[in-house]
Ligand binder design. Structure first.
Ligand code: SOE
Length: 388
């Protein structure tokens, strides 16, 4: 690790706070970075829990007020891993204070909030203050390789993009009404939490953006026990599942499914892209593999081939182990932080930008609006529905 030291302040110490802490601890030890990140402070509302998290996750100090963290002269970058309803206020304040910002996905809970964040990012950029949104799956080597292969033309003209993000952590109706199930905290449910990932990852792979969408959402369990008082219940105000289709600006058709009710699927992400010359397929449950169908090969050797994405020539792999030794979920965050620090040292804008985050937010809002309006929906005759 070399160069200038960058003081980092992390806000939030739950799942994403822990994943980002692992990345801040490890990035400089595996990548030759021109900047050294110093894990200066972690911030949470509860003093005792935050101090315990500082020790466990490797932060030098603990803060209980994000405003105090932003005001510190020994912090030059703020990493936002708190709930979605806090992203806009914290990011806008941090950027105005001249701090670089890494903000977890989705960028915000609404398009309006995301637009405010983009405006703040643009104003700060003029002064060399940079920002990035944390769509970490872009930095899974197999997904980065998929993008490279599409960009090289190996698939030809893209016709189909097919993506699923399947979880099942709230399938039990007794699972309590946590913040991710409350619209005022999370903005949306599966749509924004995991649907955002497959929108960003597929657009990243094909190098194209969605031009229009239409969708369906459903809340299967509408009331849940309150956290801390299970005898009382409250309304679930977000979607449990979202299905949507879309057309990319280049003409490809897209189909997307994001659900928290796919029993047996814990964090299953499947992406397939079909083009005029070939196809590729990715399954996060085998995240070190990419399957490639070369449509130009003759029938005698046709079919999908399995690429084990562990060679030094593959994205990010040169920093890690010899070929055949596998990486995991946490490595995508280490790659994210390594790229961020490299951009900051080079004075260039990291990707995905807040503008990229806003575009994903607009896709999410369009799906939600179309689902609420029921546009494109054609009811089928009741008589035939029960025929089977
Ligand atoms: C919950 O669905 C969650 O923690 C997401 O918020 C993360 O972005 C995803 O990587 C894992 O699942």
């Amino acid at each position: 690790m070399a160069g200038t030291t960058l003081g980092v302040g992390l806000i939030g110490y739950a799942f994403m706070g822990a994943a980002h802490s692992q990345a801040w601890r490890s990035a400089g030890h595996f990548f030759d970075l021109p900047l050294t990140a110093r894990m200066t402070a972690i911030c949470g509302r509860d003093r005792a829990a935050t101090e315990a998290a500082a020790v466990k996750l490797g932060w030098e100090s603990a803060e209980t007020d994000w405003r105090a963290l932003i005001a510190r002269d020994d912090i030059q970058l703020v990493d936002i891993c708190s709930t979605g309803d806090t992203h806009a206020e914290i990011a806008v304040a941090a950027l105005a204070a001249g701090k670089h910002v890494l903000c977890e996905k989705p960028l915000a809970n609404t398009v309006a909030e995301a637009e405010r964040m983009v405006a703040a990012a643009r104003a700060a950029r003029v002064h060399g203050v940079r920002s990035m949104v944390g769509f970490n799956y872009r930095r899974v080597p197999a997904i980065a390789l998929a993008r490279r292969l599409v960009a090289e033309g190996r698939l030809g003209r893209i016709r189909h993009v097919r993506a699923q993000y399947l979880q099942d952590w709230i399938i039990d109706p007794q699972f309590p009404l946590v913040w991710r199930l409350q619209a005022e905290r999370a903005g949306s449910g599966a749509l924004g939490d995991i649907g955002a990932h497959i929108v960003d990852a597929t657009q990243f792979i094909v190098g194209d953006t969605l031009a229009g969408v239409t969708g369906l959402t459903e809340t299967f369990v509408k009331e849940r026990p309150l956290v801390g008082s299970p005898s009382r219940t409250g309304p679930v105000t977000v979607d449990d599942a979202a299905l949507f289709i879309g057309r990319f600006t280049g003409g490809a058709l897209g189909s997307f499914e994001a659900t928290r009710f796919a029993g047996g699927r814990k964090n299953s992400i499947r992406i397939e892209v079909n083009g005029s010359l070939g196809s590729l397929a990715f399954d996060f449950e085998a995240m070190n593999e990419l399957h490639l169908f070369d449509g130009t090969a003759g029938p005698e050797t046709g079919g999908f081939t399995r690429i084990l994405v562990t060679e030094p020539e593959h994205p990010y792999l040169r920093a890690w182990w010899p070929a055949g030794h596998l990486l995991g979920y946490e490595h995508s965050f280490t790659h994210e932080i390594a790229d961020l620090l490299t951009h900051l040292a080079n004075g260039t804008d990291p990707e995905p930008s807040f503008e990229d985050g806003l575009q994903v937010q607009q896709v999410l809002a369009a799906v939600a609006e179309s689902a609420a309006a029921g546009s494109h929906w054609r009811e089928l005759p009741a008589a035939t529905r029960n025929a089977a």
